[in-house]
Structure formats: C-alpha cells, structure tokens
Design a protein around this ligand. Structure first.
Ligand code: GLV
Ligand code: MN
Ligand code: MN
Length: 420
C-alpha cells in the first residue's frame, strides 16, 4: 500500500506547526502554556481537536473522560483498529510540543490519507488523551488507562490543589462518570497503538539523529508526602525544642536525591512543596510535598521505594515529626512491541532519507504505557532542542517534525501492506 505523491517532509512539518499554533492558543494562564486536565483550556483544546479531526475526514467525539477520539472508517469495519495517539494536557507553564505534536501528527496522517483517497484495511483511530501529565489530580494516565479497562473509580474522589474533586471537574467539563466503564475496549479490538513524541532528552541531538525508536518506558512511582511537626514562634522556641516540619522535609528531599544517585539511570524529584502555615516568623508546622522517582527496572524501583521509606522514617523519628507517604501512581517498566518497533524501522527505511533508527529507552512516562496493556504499542521519538521539556523553552524544528510524521505515515502504510 503506497501513496503515489506523498507530501514532502517540509510540507508535513509546515502543516503540523500550523495545527500546533492553533491548538496552543488554548491556555489557562495567559502568557504561558498551561492546560491542565478538565480545565476550561482543556475543554477548548478538545473542541478544537474534534473539529480538526472532522475536517481531516474522521468521525470524532469527546468521550466520557474528555479524550478526543476520531475514527477513519474502513471497508473492513470489524478489523482491529490501528491507533495513533498522544495527549493535549500540559504541565504548568509547559512546552508547545509535549503531547500536542503526537496528536497533530495523527491528524496530519489522516489528512494525507484523505487527500490521497486511500482506504486502509482497518479503521484508523486518532486519540487525544487529556490526563497524561497527572499534574492536577492524583491519577495515573487515567484517560488512556480507561481504554485499557484500567480506570479506577476511586480516582474520581481525588482532589486538586484547590480541593475540587475530579468527579465534579469532569461533570463541569461535560464528561460523564457513568460512561467511564464503557470506554474500555474489548481485548483484541485494537491491533496497535503508535505514539510520536519529542524525546524530551538530549541523546538524539547529541548523536545528530532525527528520530529514535523507544524500546521500553521506565518504571515510575509518584507519592504525596505529609510531614507534621509543631508550629510555634520563630523568635522564642529554642532550636533544641523545635519540631520543624520544613527542616525535616528538606532532609527528606536530600535523602531522596541520594537514593536516586545510588542507582544507575534512576532519577527522583520533588516538584511540589507546600509549607503550613507559611509565615516568616512561624516555625513550619506541616509540609506537604510530592516525590516522583523512576528507574529502567521494576526491581530498582522497588528497592528505591524501600530505601526512601526507610530514610524518611529515620529522619522523622530523629526530629520528632510524623511522616506519611501516600503513593498514588505506580507504573511498571513497559517494554514496547518488537513487531511494531520493526514496523517503525521499516517506516524509517521507506522514507529514503538515510535516517538511522536508534533504539532507546524512555525516561518520561507516556500514554503508550497504559495502552500497552490493551494492545501492542510502540513509540517514535523525535529530537527536540537541547532535550529541554516541561518548560516554555521546549523547542524543535519544523523540518524534524516533518521527517518524523513522514516516518509515522510510512509505518502506517507498512502495517497496512502486511494486513492487505
Ligand atoms: C510525563 O510527562 C512524565 O512526567 O513522564
Ligand atoms: Mn508527554
Ligand atoms: Mn509531559
């Protein structure tokens, strides 16, 4: 299966960047790109995505959890579908490409197929998930997990920093808690999930390579930690009598760092820390902070988990404060599908652009982790500037985006060839 006149990578990149510019006008914070799950900007972005999918010839809808699902019909409607997806939520003050690139790439692929009037021997689905970053609520790739039948209904009771429950935010968004169970796809109904994503790391750039193929996604754990000490007067309580929750938390953050440093390729981060009551002249009485730690192997993550808990409890005991660690997200290391990696390699070869196909692990989490529980999944990475991501400085070239979308398109055609 082939297309006689394929748009050049330059045209594909140009089209993707035009779509990204449209999509990224939707933000909850003017002057920054912040699009948290179920926020007003997420709703606007989901509406825009649905319209863009329809314009690309797909039948599209916003599902019960706010994901946008578009489907290109096939003469073989019963054949297991091929999915291309990523996410349209962002971190706070995030970048323009993380997630969004993969969604517009799927739309561009659909546009090319529409223009070429090409029928695939299976339905093609484009997915725009909404809760990949897991920044707002204590969830775990919840929107993609729902398709794999892994949504946990207790997630609906989770609250954001402002105390709003996920269930209420979902209803306000226009979603439907009652419709979540029906989002689960029957086993065998999806043949493959492909995700194009910026690398978010420096490897491809360092090797002067455009694209890479993800072999596996690292295991990760996220937890909320609460340290309770004793608030008091900053001028009168002697140092020896203090139960300073922030000083204890500071030691814990450094212990976390030490644990990660003790393992090859492991990382650990505290990204949120809130001090109560938060006044210059008050000894901090309580602190809430997050921990996020990751490793290529599940066994490493488990031993980090134990070491972190041990260190935190030792620090708490020595300082006379209480500590509770509440994990809310745990994802096993997720290998990608070997046949799909080979399909991406075939796609790379077919572009004829003399690209190398580096195989590499992913340190970042992706919807592909959740989707791998439903169907074979694979990811194509594309280089981004200095590997910077989760930052407004995130950047990539239009040319690289075009090359990567060309590879994705060729991979879809290659899979179609095998099924014809
Ligand atoms: C998602 O971006 C992650 O935190 O890995
Ligand atoms: Mn992402
Ligand atoms: Mn991200």
């Amino acid at each position: 299966m082939s297309i006689t006149v394929l748009p050049t990578p330059a045209r594909l990149g140009h089209r993707a960047f035009a779509l990204l510019e449209d999509l990224n006008q939707y933000t909850d914070e003017p002057g920054k790109l912040t699009r948290l799950y179920l926020s007003p900007a997420h709703r606007q972005a989901a509406d825009w995505t649905r319209q863009a999918m329809e314009a690309a010839g797909l039948v599209a809808r916003i599902d019960a959890l706010g994901s946008v699902q578009g489907r290109k019909a096939s003469a073989r409607p019963q054949a297991p579908s091929l999915m291309i997806g990523s996410h349209i939520d962002t971190v706070k003050d995030g970048g323009r490409f993380d997630g969004a690139l993969g969604v517009v790439a799927g739309i561009v692929v659909a546009e090319v197929l529409r223009d070429a009037r090409l029928e695939l021997p299976f339905p093609l689905e484009i997915l725009a998930f909404g809760d990949e970053e897991n920044v707002r609520f204590p969830t775990n790739l919840s929107t993609s997990a729902a398709l794999a039948g892994d949504y946990r209904m207790e997630w609906l009771d989770g609250t954001d920093a402002g105390g709003e429950r996920l269930r209420d935010a979902l209803v306000a968004f226009g979603g439907d808690p009652e419709g979540i169970a029906a989002l689960a796809r029957p086993p065998g109904s999806v043949a493959a999930y492909l995700e194009l994503h910026i690398e978010q790391g420096p490897l491809l750039e360092a090797h002067d390579e455009t694209v890479g193929i993800v072999t596996a996604i690292n295991a990760q754990c996220r937890a909320r930690v609460r340290v309770v000490g004793e608030a008091g007067h900053a001028g009168t309580i002697p140092m020896t009598l203090r139960k300073d929750a922030l000083a204890a938390s500071a030691e814990m953050v450094l212990a976390l760092e030490r644990v990660a440093a003790g393992h090859t390729d492991a990382v650990a981060t505290t990204g949120v820390l809130m001090v109560d009551p938060g006044a210059t002249n008050v000894v901090p009485g309580a602190v809430d902070f997050t921990i996020d730690f990751r490793a290529p192997r599940d066994a490493t993550l488990a031993s980090m988990d134990a070491a972190i808990a041990k260190a935190f409890h030792e620090i708490a005991a020595r300082r006379g404060v209480g500590v509770t660690i509440t994990p809310y997200a745990r994802l096993a290391a997720t290998p990608m599908s070997e046949p799909l990696m080979q399909a991406l390699e075939a796609g790379i070869a077919r572009t004829g652009a003399n690209l190398t196909a580096r195989r590499m692990p992913s340190g970042a989490g992706h919807d592909a982790m959740a989707m791998a529980r439903l169907c074979p999944a694979a990811m194509l990475f594309v280089r981004n500037e200095k590997g910077i991501s989760h930052s407004p400085a995130e950047n990539m070239t239009e040319a690289d985006a075009g090359i990567a979308i060309g590879v994705l398109l060729q991979s879809v055609l290659d899979i179609a060839r095998q099924k014809t």
